[in-house]
Ligand binder design. Structure first.
Ligand code: UP5
Ligand code: MG
Length: 354
């Protein structure tokens, strides 16, 4: 493939909600042979009119590609089974729009469909993700370093604390339970925490094509580890645990420093002591379990941020996209590393409890 060749089309599109078997269904990368369209654009495999294109997975449509871009009408179009236009949407986006309403070509036939773009074939199980657990006392820098790996190195940062707080805010059927446990300072039941984690990982993989995950603050207890096995199975290799080690005095100094702007109700000397006690009582046993299986990378997190980040980057190197690893620091990364001040009135904090 020449360096100018387009990236291969490896995306899948699920179309639902039209209630019309002519339209609803799975669309796979088009296998239409290279051809020159009405507008004179020559297409390559998986492409039509210079943009990606798809066929129906069931192969029933008369036209290939069945979901493609029209240069003449600057619109994305979905065909009926007989090859005629069914739905379109005016857009110059590289991919068919998912968040806007499509135009129903024959009014009254069916409602507009919803599109979801998948990075992996939804008919197949997802590939094994690369997972690192990140543990350390409160204020050891887990959130800061995971955010850096996300913004700078393309890793997906998932914090169970943040997932629980977001779920509570959504107000679904588990919101009241989450609230009860969090306000009592206890660990939320595994079924909720680990299920949220699994959903977040699946979505990031399916909808964003992510496969590298940093799980910030998980597993917080041996109980959490049981939940992990129940949901993820115990046949896969145990993830590596990065342990951010830092003396209590330094942790306290950082948390009290952050308390001035974080808005977190647990950023005070009293709560800090309780959180550290919980960490020692509940979380350290999981660390021992991982140590006994030689699965821990010890990170001296008492050092300056740049030194801690260098250790993290090295630990993740084998799975990190080398192009991302080589890119200069982004502004966001410089702020996270304390090399650039945050803009006033928009003080970004990591893992806010607010
Ligand atoms: N900072 C960071 N690195 C630094 C460095 N090298 N040098 C100097 N300063 C550094 O960092 C803390 C502060 O230190 C920041 O100001 C930072 O700039 C600076 P941060 O990255 O925020 O540290 P972190 O380790 O993420 O600290 P955090 O307070 O978030 O840790 P916790 O584990 O306590 O918090 P979490 O949000 O995970 O959990 C909060 C509570 O939620 C828990 O106590 C628990 O009660 C509950 N919870 C559950 O019940 N169930 C769960 O599954 C998860 C949480
Ligand atoms: Mg945090």
């Amino acid at each position: 493939m020449s360096s100018n060749a387009p990236v291969p089309n490896t995306l899948f599109i699920q179309v639902t909600g039209a209630g019309n078997p002519d339209v609803d269904g799975l669309f796979v990368p088009s296998t239409a042979p290279s051809a020159t369209s009405e507008s004179g654009t020559t297409s390559s495999l998986g492409y039509w009119n210079g943009k990606m294109a798809w066929d129906r997975a069931d192969g029933k449509c008369e036209r290939s590609p069945a979901l493609s871009y029209s240069n003449s009408y600057t619109s994305w179009r979905i065909c009926r089974l007989d090859g005629h236009l069914a739905y379109d949407i005016t857009s110059e986006d590289a991919l068919p729009p998912c968040g806007r309403e499509w135009h129903v070509y024959k009014k009254g036939v069916a409602p507009a469909p919803k599109l979801v773009i998948h990075h992996f074939d939804p008919r197949e199980p997802l590939p094994e993700p690369n997972v690192f657990f990140v543990l350390g006392g409160p204020g050891s820098g887990k959130g800061t370093m995971c955010s850096l790996a996300a913004t700078q190195l393309g890793w997906t940062h998932l914090s169970t604390g943040d997932l629980l707080r977001a779920e509570r805010k959504l107000g679904g059927e588990t919101a009241a339970t989450i609230e009860r446990y969090i306000s009592a300072g206890e660990l939320v039941p595994n079924e909720i925490t680990v299920t949220l984690l699994k959903q977040a990982m699946d979505n990031a993989m399916r909808l964003q094509g992510k496969t590298n995950f940093l799980l910030d603050g998980f597993p917080r207890s041996l109980d959490n580890m049981d939940g992990w096995y129940q949901v993820f199975g115990n046949t896969a290799e145990l993830p590596t645990m990065l342990h951010f080690e830092c003396p209590y005095a330094e942790l306290e100094k950082r948390i009290l420093g952050r308390a001035k702007y974080s808005g977190r109700s647990d950023d005070n000397a009293e709560s800090m002591k309780l959180r550290f006690d919980t960490f020692k009582a509940k979380t350290l046993p999981t660390l021992d379990l991982f140590r006994s299986q030689s699965k821990v990378v010890e990170v001296d997190a008492s050092q300056k941020r740049e030194a801690v980040y260098a250790l993290l980057k090295e630990s993740l190197k084998a799975y990190t996209d080398p192009e991302l690893a080589a890119q200069p620091l982004t502004e966001e990364s410089e702020m996270l590393l304390g090399l650039r001040p945050y803009p006033k009135r928009d003080h970004k904090t990591t893992g806010s409890m607010a």
